[in-house]
Design a protein around this ligand. Sequence first.
Ligand code: C2E
Ligand code: CA
Ligand code: CA
Length: 594
Amino acid sequence: MTAGEAPAVASPRDAPGGTPGDAAGPFEELFEDAPCGYLTTDDDGRVTRVNATFLAWSGHRREDLLGSAFSRLLPVGDRILWSTHSAPQLGTTGGVSEVVAEVVAADRTRRPALITATRVPARDGAVAEVRIIVFSAPERRAHERELVAALQRVEDSENRRAAAEADAHRRALEDPLTGLPNRAGLSAHLESALAGPAASVCVLVLDLDHFTVVNESLGTAAGDELLVTVAGRLSAAVREGATVARLSADEFVVVDRCEDVERARSLAGRLLEVLTVPVVIQGLEIVASASIGAAVTVPEDRSADRVLHDAGVAMHRAKARGRNRVEVHDAQRGDAVVDRLRLLGELRRGIAAGELRLHYQPRVRLHDERTTGVEALVRWQHPVRGLLPPSEFIDLAEESGLVRELGAQVLDTAVQQAARWARDPQHATVEVAVNLSTRQLADPGLVDAVTAALTRHGLDPHLLVLEVTETALMTDPEAAEAALVALKGLGIGIAVDDFGTGYASLTYLQRFPVDELKIDRSFVSGLGVNDGDAAIVRTCVQLAHAVGIRAVAEGVETREQLDALVEMGCDFVQGYFFSRPLEPDALQEWARSR
Ligand code: C2E
Ligand code: CA
Ligand code: CA
């Protein structure tokens, strides 16, 4: 067979754009029934006409070919050959090209063919087209066969490389055991869920309860089996479009669109439920359960880290509250953090602005009921919230380190006040006790700061007592001992505050140069009510006396408690029974009235 001219006349049956009423003339019939395949394409290579011979030979249907690219009839290697070999030669000027290629028939078999193409440029309002004639050919020419084979090999290896890359990419994002997305895969899913238009996204962090027990008693194979089952059940329980991922050994995460916390809660409830169906592993029925923490994104912060963190915190709460339950992240708790930050800023400003106040609570010597000392207790005169007790801000000051400035101010004010009282002939001379925080005790500048305050206000060191808690002593015993020895050397008294609530052992107490034990209010309030508390208070008093120091009871509120303390031989008492902490003037008033 040889290449011939394609007929210039189109058959109305072929051309979608052909003129419908045209009668099929002899040339159209010739085109249709020629002994070779005829096709025409537009300039982009899309088939515009095809004859019956080609359809019969290839088995393709006319409607499938019209409008689709001619090159798609060729295998990949030939497609490249076609585009590199024929297209440039066709150019824009109307050349002829010839290629031996295979045509993929409708039944996927390949038919060798000689294909010629002629480009007819646009003229007289007609559009440019390419006329293609396909002759059935028994064999490819040898050099073309080699070329096609080489091109096919290149193409195959490209495909394999791309497939391997896609596979590696998929594996990097996938947990090999369950096939679920792993941590990296989850991040990708979560980021795209958060970037999407959905108003809110919920994240559930699910941790299997007692998974290690299964793993250790039945072996890791059993553990794996359980994990795979759980993975399957979770995936089946969520709706289309939700993501189930496995984060670590027995920790799963579910991400879904979700408008509010209640939906997250009901989804979590459903997940707990699907786990209740027993799993049979090695002939044993295991009922899995999980602790689930849920969080829903808030409009102000749609970050993946934030919502995952919130759900994780809620999950730990679920575990702590007895497992097999759901806890939902509470946005209010998040607000508490913001509130604390705000309060910290205000406290910093308040300290600098001199808003701290000291109230003084008298301490009474039991054997003569005389007021021999006071304890300075700090308050914060907040511009909006009024007078705040230390419970509202002292922990915050301690955590943030602000307690240094706070402590320095308290010390200075208390020493100044004590010196004023000491100079006042109307006022009985009293010791002033000042509370030191853990950080202050650990501060290497403490001794210098105390010395400076005493000198500045001219106070006799014997009129100052510093109260330190057991906890502060035990935090860094060596440093505490050194600081206390130095302070003691100045003539200052040392009290151990909240005695009985910490873990200080007797040997430790003996090691520190301590002058008094302040028995914690929690034991004192049990006097007359709880025999155990009475025994503790009695032991503390005896202990103090055994090592030669004073016993002070704090928080005495009733006559009954006072009587019990007198009977036990306690030396000093302090508490509402005598007076609440008072401002200096009020304290003077109180002393006068006694
Ligand atoms: P604390 O040193 O144990 O102080 C005793 C607390 O018990 C004081 O509370 C006092 O008002 C209260 N209190 C005294 N007698 C009674 C009573 O009969 N019944 C009851 N229910 N309570 C009584 P406050 O003033 O609220 O101080 C609380 C804590 O704050 C203090 O406990 C102390 O640990 C800390 N604090 C107070 N001022 C300072 C300070 O200047 N520096 C440091 N670091 N901590 C301070
Ligand atoms: Ca105290
Ligand atoms: Ca105390």
